[in-house]
Design a protein around this ligand. Structure first.
Ligand code: PRP
Ligand code: URA
Length: 209
């Protein structure tokens, strides 16, 4: 069964509080989301394999370690996932980026696909799906379905705030996927918004609405 990691690093928690604050405008919201995504990527990549190498320092050769060249991919779910991409790429600049466009139908709350462009070798990559909000879990579960249909096997899900309902859905549909979040909130309201959450992530990022 996939594990759920709540990333409780103080810097992540502090920035999350600022992001939640209704007074935080789009410019600050974007900056904070990018920063928090970078910190989360640092935690998520803890298990990347290393290999031994030798590097010449100005003094002597040193036995040292480098990343063992695992191929990575970052998959933002549009739109709000875009706000986390640059932060993740700051730490893993060689990762390829695939985009999955989904919006949630406001009536049914079911995800509707409108775009999908992935790296061609997605089946060889370890993928990190990113989206700030895991509410019903419909969007994340559908994005992971697309990736698996195209052969992807190693997938992690990173979101800023998760609702218990979303965690349940992803674990049920994709028990092989580990989930990383900065917070597990109380519940969903009647409109499918996370309570207390942060509101509509896409609208707050881009100043729409
Ligand atoms: C938001 C969010 C997730 C989805 C979460 O996107 O960014 O993708 O809702 O809800 P779910 O877990 O119930 O599927 P939204 O559909 O609002 O689109 P946007 O990012 O383009 O604003
Ligand atoms: N999408 C959002 O942007 N916010 C929520 O609370 C739920 C879904």
């Amino acid at each position: 069964m996939g594990r759920v990691y709540v990333l409780d690093h103080p810097l992540i928690q502090h920035k999350l509080t600022l992001i939640r604050d209704r007074r935080t405008g789009p410019k600050e919201f974007r900056e904070l989301l990018e920063e928090v995504a970078m910190l989360m990527a640092y935690e998520i990549t803890r298990d990347l394999p290393l290999e031994e190498t030798v590097v010449e320092t100005p003094v002597a050769p040193a036995k040292a370690k480098v990343l063992a060249g695992r191929k990575l991919g970052v998959i933002p779910i549009l739109r709000a996932g875009l706000g986390m991409v640059e932060g993740v790429l700051k730490l893993i600049p060689a990762a390829k980026v695939g985009h999955i466009g989904l919006y949630r139908d406001p009536e049914t709350l079911r995800p509707v696909e409108y775009y999908c462009k992935l790296p061609t070798d997605v089946e060889e990559r370890e993928l990190i799906v990113i989206d700030p909000m895991l509410a019903t879990g419909g969007s994340a579960a559908a994005a992971i379905d697309f990736l698996k249909e195209r052969g992807a096997r190693q997938i992690k899900l990173m979101c800023l705030i998760a609702a218990p309902e979303g965690i349940g859905r992803v674990r049920e549909r994709h028990p092989d996927v580990d989930l990383y979040t900065a917070a597990v909130d109380e519940r969903l309201n009647d409109h499918g918004y996370i309570v207390p959450g942060l509101g509509d992530a896409g609208d707050r990022l881009y100043g729409t609405k």
